[in-house]
Ligand binder design. Structure first.
Ligand code: SF4
Length: 202
């Protein structure tokens, strides 16, 4: 009987690499669609563009059952607390793709009522430019996210998310102390961050 060569029978790797391989190939998308960019997302999910080729076809409309939120459209200040709550409800690991210029920077809506970029209130992993971005561009964004997931360290994710939850606690405390609405509280936190020369509230 031929002897078994240990090099043919055993493969060594890192825990991070195995976990990340599984994570990047089974993303569960959840659309946060509030404007025209969401139409491109529908196209991306259907047969012509077929996101299932990238292991991300199981779309969910519950934050509890998804790990990749795609923000598609203009986020007004009124929607800001809703977006933060839904992001908080997603279980770790979770990632965010900001689709289109409206979600990424407010786009053409440079007004008092529009949030000038969702990365001011939640962590964003990938930005997809365009107005609207074509389905191919959104798919490219998903591929970029997969590349990023492949390189992540598991401990790095914990710090990243902890900062967000700390800011949520600060938001609750400020809201209770001053008797503000959640929109007013976020606005005040953004103004305070701006005075300190910081772009985000987490
Ligand atoms: S980026 Fe353009 S297409 Fe997308 S939501 Fe804004 S206006 Fe609509």
């Amino acid at each position: 009987m031929a002897e078994l060569d240990i090099n043919d029978a055993v493969m060594t790797t890192r825990l991070d690499a195995v976990v990340n391989w599984g994570r990047k190939n089974s993303l569960w998308p959840m659309p946060f669609g509030v404007a025209c960019c969401a139409i491109e997302f529908m196209s991306m999910m259907s047969s012509k563009y077929d996101l299932s080729r990238f292991g991300a076809e199981a779309m969910r409309f519950s934050p509890r059952q998804s790990d990749m939120m795609l923000v598609l459209g203009t986020i007004t200040n009124k929607m800001a607390p809703v977006l933060r709550t839904i992001y908080a409800q997603m279980a770790e690991p979770k990632w965010v793709i900001s689709v289109g210029v409206c979600a990424s920077s407010g786009g053409m809506y440079r007004t008092y009522a529009t949030l000038q970029g969702i990365d001011r209130i939640i962590p964003v992993d990938v930005y997809v430019p365009g107005c609207p971005p074509r389905p191919e561009s959104i798919i490219y964004g998903v591929m970029k996210l997969q590349e990023q997931i492949e390189k992540e360290s598991l401990s790095m994710r914990k710090d990243h998310i902890a900062r967000f939850y700390e800011s949520l606690e600060r938001q609750d405390a400020l809201q209770a102390a001053k008797g503000l609405t959640s929109q007013q509280t976020i606005r005040e936190m953004l103004m305070d961050a701006g005075e300190r020369g910081v772009g985000t509230i987490f």
